[in-house]
Design a protein around this ligand. Sequence first.
Ligand code: FE2
Length: 383
Amino acid sequence: MIQPFDFHLPTRISWRTPVHDAVPEAVAALGVQRVLVVTDPGIVATGLIPRIESALTTSGTSVSTFTDVGSNPTTRHVAMAREMAVDTGAEALIAVGGGSAIDTAKAAAMLLANGGSYSDYQWDGAPITRPSHPLITIPTTAGTGSEVTKVAVISDENEPFKKGVLSPRMYAKVAILDPEVTLGLPAGLTAATGIDAFIHALEAFIGKRTNPMSDMLAIKSLHLCRENLPKATDDGSDIEARSQMMLAALFGGMAMDQSGLGLVHALSGGVCSRLHLHHGLANASLLPTVFGFNVGHIAPDRRRRLATIFDLPTDTEDAAMVDSITEFVRRIGLPTDLSAHHDSLDSAALDSIAEQSMRMVMVHNNPRSADIDDCRSLIEAML
Ligand SMILES: [Fe+2]
């Protein structure tokens, strides 16, 4: 029997190439004249930002650009972006980049409407009562899905641990997707961001809060990743593979936004903070061991569906399912454990990661219950 569920995603999704030509129309639809672009130095170097600025200026929009988003953005980056938006009188924000730029802009947009500093809202702090400042998201990676989610994950300046703040009032007004902007991504980043999309779909599909609509999106995302992530990693100029991966990230993002994540993401916050790893790279390293922990607890019909996605017989043994996932991670050149970091995680670090993981809401959506000892043992087994 289908359990009660909601599916709420108010973001307009626009698929446009080239993206810079689509931005003025999206801004005009918001009815604003002054905008702030929020991005990072890497995106500026690609030449995309001047094209967006030029298109906006030509259409009569006043545009300023904040370029100082860090690779693991902190509350300081959010405060700086917010301050620039206030100083320039920006009526809307345009996030251009991967999850870091989009989450920074999403957090700044929330603060512009609700006041205070971002840390006031972390760990179920102050309530978010007002809809965010209008936000347009333009993803430049096929991975995070942040363009369509209600969460912004930002590290605290004083405590290097990523903390998500989420609210249905934080959705972007519009997400504009153009796979051509991902053509220049190097293979390593293509793989790391793409496996993140895969894990969003996987954790949404096997978690406790599934619903028929997120299932549909997650299954499609898993198929698309399985088919296209190796192609996009092997040949970055393969626009068809890039396009399908952008869809996969979108669908994975929508699925996780509605149905939540699981133990890979619960563990990866502490691992990323300790080892300064890219989010997708850490997730790849955690996936085989965590999937092995979960596989015997996945509902039978979902397990059969996963086997089919991996071209396996539906009665495939647990160990072979884990091998198949592990081989998929290895095939795209990513690590399948944390053995490279064996000397960097001592006993105290393991305790700390396990403790942090248990504070993440995702741990409660995992198909198999996990306690603090399980979290510690899993990380230890990966070393
Ligand atoms: Fe993720």
